[in-house]
Design a binder for this molecule. Structure first.
Ligand SMILES: Cc1cc2nc3c(=O)[nH]c(=O)nc-3n(C[C@H](O)[C@H](O)[C@H](O)COP(=O)(O)OP(=O)(O)OC[C@H]3O[C@@H](n4cnc5c(N)ncnc54)[C@H](O)[C@@H]3O)c2cc1C
Length: 394
């Protein structure tokens, strides 16, 4: 069994899989390890992919066209969609600016299928990673009694990252005492590509368009309320949901189980150290309200691939050169989004008082300014002057 690689990636979630493809695209020999089967998933979530994330997949040769539901309009309101307290973004109709929704299981199977075609990536799963150590100019990783060696180790092992802890990288963490209930409904009326976020008592309800007249529900609120909503009999839950949605989408039924996710803000103090890089939730977890966590992780993957390409094309040490700008580049972007989503979640959660007034005033002013709405949409799309090569237009 081959155990010597240029890069070892631990964690084959959406970010780990994409990082493996991106690094292989830069020419590296990669080992991808996960404790679970690569194709298995119980994740019932869908993700809003930004335009730059969609471009990354296109540039990696992954065809998602049959799996994407374009977002044609985005609406944040207090009350029903015709409420005066609203923030509205209109897209170009094909997801070219507001992005698109994809179910996580569909994205994962597309990424896993692509990896199977690529000889530069070797998969080891299921396998349990135990530890790693730095030996001279290499990393030695121990998993299920086998030793793997590489120049660079990438931790894509999720929010509770073992590798992050073993690398001695600390995090800043804030628990919201809130959770998101996620499920999928099919419905009588068409959604017309509208992604609607309604601010409700103590949180928010997102109704996100999926293919085949279905929508993903992400209901975020206090942990006790969400736990109770998960336990409600299905009929009662649907009645409650329909009431919160003001009858929008007509009759509906649940087509997926209800799952809940605790919410936190967690950012690593450093995104890399001595031949180790963190990507995805191993580096950052943010409030899902703005649908940006995965998009940030995909930017980590593309940014690392840039560094890997530079190292390989100049014949320098991949474990050193790939990380030169990585921490600086990704840390700033992540902290901006972390702060922004934190502020939005705090302001959204406030029912009355100063924050309630600030929210309404902010929505009215922003909605009235095409410059502000297009600046916000541009920031959420990930576009900016320092876009990694794999996210640029060719
Ligand atoms: C309710 C909700 C809605 C969201 N919606 C959006 C959205 O619309 N848009 C968006 O951009 N983001 C969204 N996010 C965020 C997004 O889902 C996450 O950021 C993303 O899934 C993280 O992927 P990951 O690959 O980094 O981590 P994970 O999916 O956690 O993958 C980690 C992998 O590492 C493996 N692993 C862990 N430990 C080990 C070990 N010791 N050895 C081997 N393998 C190991 C695990 O088996 C797993 O496969 C949402 C999040 C929530 C909670």
């Amino acid at each position: 069994m081959k155990t010597e690689f240029e890069i070892i990636i631990v964690g084959a979630g959406l970010v780990g899989l994409t990082t493996a493809l991106a690094c292989a695209h830069s020419g590296a020999q990669v080992a991808l390890l996960d404790r679970a089967e690569i194709t298995g998933t119980t994740d019932g979530r869908a993700s809003a992919l930004s335009t730059t994330s969609l471009r990354l997949f296109e540039n990696l040769g992954i065809d998602l066209s049959e799996k994407l539901q374009p977002i044609r309009e985005m609406l944040v309101t207090e009350g029903t969609p015709d409420s005066p307290w609203r923030l509205r973004f209109e897209g170009d109709g094909d997801g070219g600016d507001l992005g698109a929704l994809i179910e996580n299981h569909a994205l994962k199977s597309a990424l896993a299928a692509k990896i199977e075609e690529i000889p530069e990536v070797r998969i080891f799963a299921p396998i349990t990673v135990e530890n790693f150590e730095r030996i001279g100019e290499s990393i030695r990783l121990r998993a299920d009694g086998n030793d793997f060696t590489a120049k660079l180790l990438i931790a894509a092992d999720g929010h509770n990252s073992l590798l992050r802890r073993k690398a001695g990288i600390t995090v800043q963490r804030f628990d919201y005492d809130a959770e998101s209930l996620v499920t999928t409904i099919s419905h009588e009326l068409p959604h017309d590509g509208l992604a609607w976020q309604r601010i409700i008592k103590g949180g928010a309800l997102a109704i996100l368009p999926l293919l085949d007249n279905r929508s993903q529900i992400v209901w975020s609120g206090p942990s006790t309320a969400i736990a109770a909503a998960v336990q409600l009999p299905e009929k009662d839950f649907l009645t409650l949901l329909s009431e919160k949605m003001g009858g929008y989408l007509g009759d509906m039924r649940l087509v997926a189980p209800r799952q809940s996710y605790p919410l936190r803000l967690q950012v690593a103090d450093s995104f890399s150290n001595d031949r180790v890089a963190l990507v995805g939730d191993a580096a950052h977890v943010i409030h899902p309200l703005a649908g940006q966590g995965l998009n940030l992780g995909l930017r980590d993957a593309a940014a690392l691939a840039d560094g890997v390409k530079t190292a390989l094309s100049t014949g320098q040490d991949i474990g050193v050169i790939s990380l030169l700008d990585y921490d600086l580049w990704r840390n700033a972007d992540t902290r901006q989004f972390g702060l922004l989503t934190h502020l939005i979640s705090e302001i959204s959660g406030a029912k009355s008082g100063v924050f309630g007034h600030v929210r309404r005033l902010g929505m009215t002013l922003t909605n009235g300014s095409s410059i502000l709405t297009s600046a916000l949409a541009k920031r959420a799309s990930g576009e900016g002057p320092e876009l990694p090569a794999l996210m640029q237009r060719y």
